[in-house]
Design a protein around this ligand. Structure first.
Ligand code: ARG
Length: 297
């Protein structure tokens, strides 16, 4: 693997983003690698990703996200190669962040680094208990109307962590059981989209969870993803207004999204798939304005 330094180029487009736009937290992949196996995608891929290619792919994603949102950066830290997947840092809403309590010891070292970033940025930080693992926005997604929090459980997050989230934000929580080890985080198989749509891979859930999804989203709002797209992390999509940014998908799925009015931007993310993540795992959504009232950049 190449050890050459990685330059992060700030896209000039950033200057044109209004401060009221969506904000995402990203972590440059300077120290990214597949160092251990904590999900099925990592098996056979230890040290098999190219840091140079990962840097190029991440840069493309960074540029694409910067055209629709503000981007904040957190410094990667030695010993935390998965820190690039900022979706797992925690869950933020209205200036309060519930910091993740990772299931695997391999990622627990990230917690203080993310915690420090949020404290310095002025957020109210709430620790979640080690005894009840919770992996942040990787497993917890708000409906786009903000009325409900969908939280996955099974491989990582435990259901007993959901009650704390309900209390923190006083929001209705719908717990969804993830039953396929390949789709070990909710954001790998489920994406609430603007316009009241949802894009998901049904086979990743048990029947009771599918019933809950169908109770919230009427038939005409459900975009069902086939297995061939699901394993390319199609559901791992970043959505701001009508724009969707995701890994490469089939022309059929692209057409389905476009016919509902979405602009689709595909960014090749092969190097991150080797760690079990893609577009949405590489960003964490933040409130538009920092808690101290400053615009978010
Ligand atoms: N290797 C990381 C892990 O297994 C990938 C995390 C992907 N993140 C996500 N939000 N799905 O934890």
């Amino acid at each position: 693997m190449s050890t050459q330094p990685i330059e992060i180029t700030t896209p000039s487009i950033l200057a044109t983003i209004p401060s009221t736009a969506a904000t995402f937290l990203m972590c440059p992949p300077k120290l990214y690698d597949v160092n251990y196996v904590i999900n099925p995608w990592m098996a056979g891929n230890v040290h098999a990703s190219s840091r140079t290619r990962a840097a190029e792919q991440w840069q493309r994603l960074y540029e694409a996200v910067s055209t629709i949102a503000n981007v904040q950066l957190v410094e990667p830290q030695p010993g935390s190669p998965d820190m690039v997947f900022t979706a797992n840092a925690g869950l933020e809403r209205n200036g309060t962040v519930a910091i993740s309590s990772f299931f695997h010891p391999e990622r627990q070292g990230e917690e203080p680094h993310f915690r420090r970033w949020f404290e310095l940025a002025g957020y109210k930080v709430i620790d979640t208990p080690r005894a009840t693992p919770f992996e942040g926005e990787g497993d917890a997604l708000f409906s786009t109307d903000g009325t409900r929090l969908f939280v996955g459980y099974g491989p990582r997050t435990v259901p007993s962590s959901h009650q704390a989230l309900r209390k923190i934000w006083g929001i209705e929580v719908t717990s969804l059981h993830l039953t396929d080890p390949r789709f070990y985080h909710l954001d790998t198989c489920f994406a609430p989209l603007e316009g009241g749509y949802v894009m998901y891979f049904p086979e990743a859930f048990d029947q009771a969870s599918l019933d809950k999804i169908e109770a919230f989203y009427p038939l005409e709002k459900r975009i069902i993803v086939a297995e061939s797209d699901a394993v390319c992390f199609a559901c791992n999509a970043i959505n701001v207004d009508r724009t969707i940014i995701l890994n490469n998908i089939s022309s059929d799925l692209r057409h389905q999204l476009e016919s509902r009015g979405f602009d689709v931007i595909e960014v090749t993310l092969t190097e991150f798939l080797k760690a079990g993540g893609a577009a949405k795992c590489l960003v964490m959504k933040l409130s538009q304005v920092m808690p101290d009232g400053r615009p978010a950049r």
